[in-house]
Design a protein around this ligand. Structure first.
Ligand SMILES: N[C@@H](CCC[C@H](N)C(=O)O)C(=O)O
Length: 305
């Protein structure tokens, strides 16, 4: 990150992990200080000049009773967000590998509420992702009343979009074939569509049969990723509400398979999938990163505290 003659700052230890190719820089902020502005997160996220990741995950001490950790999530664009499903699985594996806990059931505080992570064998983790939110005001999605599909204009075309929050906002479109779906073009427009005032993750769902589906997701603040855990949960909720999917679905994303279970309205969504630890690293941050450059905060909570 240095090399430009700027003064050298603190060293940050981190672990690179991924859940089905949705990749993360994971930082233990219990054992070391963590204080990064959004522009530094964007530099670290850069795949050519930085570490490279879709999201930065930060492990902090809990701020609530009966909770083991606080889990903070930053997109590659530096914005702090409420939830990340693949990240939650990697978080569980990380805190056990680092011996920050020896529990197999871990309760973590996120900006979207408390979630429960259950560590299984061979890096598999099951996450209780909470009850999906379909009330438009709470997603947030601009609509007079709750509907299963909303007509939304994109590039002169009217699309049938479903909206759901898994703690973070999602739009879901049904497509015939994810391989040819206009993920980059429609995804980028819908991510910033005025009807999503906090922006949104946009999923393109192809139903194969009642127990199997395929999905590609254009993520808010990161672009298309190889997997999106909350996106998979949102897609299965929409597929079930539309009468196309059963309660338990194997969903194939570009990076592999997730298993999602939902027993219907009022029930939490359960997500099961693998985790992988890629390498441990240390990076020297520029000494003057707190003072340099114009502040360009992300759309959500700024990264520094
Ligand atoms: N990769 C994620 C979601 C990360 C946050 C998302 N981009 C947002 O802005 O809400 C997942 O696995 O859920």
């Amino acid at each position: 990150m240095s090399g430009s003659g700027r003064s050298q700052g603190p060293t940050l230890s981190f672990t690179k992990m991924h859940g089905l190719g949705n990749d993360f820089m994971v930082v233990d902020a219990i054992s070391q200080p963590f204080r990064l502005r959004p522009e530094m997160i964007r530099k670290l996220a850069d795949r050519h000049f930085g570490v490279g990741f879709d999201q930065l995950l930060v492990v902090e001490p809990p701020g609530l009773p009966d909770v083991d950790f606080r889990y903070r999530i930053f997109n590659a664009d530096g914005s702090e967000v409420e939830q990340c499903g693949n990240g939650a699985r990697c978080f569980a594996r990380f805190v056990r590998d680092q011996r920050l806990t020896n529990r197999r059931v871990i309760r973590v505080q996120t900006a979207a509420g408390v979630i429960e992570l259950r560590v299984g064998r061979e890096g598999w983790v099951t996450v209780n992702m909470g009850v999906p939110e379909l009330n438009p005001a709470a997603i947030p999605f601009a609509a007079e009343s709750r509907q299963l599909v909303y007509p939304v204009e994109v590039n002169g075309q009217t699309l049938e979009l479903s909206a759901v929050s898994m703690g973070n906002p999602h739009g879901v479109l049904l497509v015939d074939d994810v391989d040819t779906a206009p993920v980059e073009t429609q995804g980028a427009v819908l991510e910033r569509h005025p009807r999503f005032p906090s922006r949104a993750n946009i999923g393109f769902l192809q139903v194969i049969d009642r127990g199997r589906a395929r999905l590609r997701v254009f993520e808010r603040g990161a672009g298309e990723t190889l997997a999106c855990g909350t996106g998979a949960c949102a897609a299965v909720v929409v597929g079930q509400l539309r009468g196309l999917l059963d309660n338990r679905v194997r969903i194939t994303v570009p990076g592999g398979d997730l298993v999602i279970e939902w027993q219907g309205e009022g029930a939490p969504v359960m997500m099961e999938g693998p985790t992988a630890r890629v390498f441990d690293g240390q990076i020297r941050l520029p000494g003057d990163h707190r003072r340099r450059g114009r502040r360009q905060s992300g759309r959500h909570t700024p990264a520094d505290r």
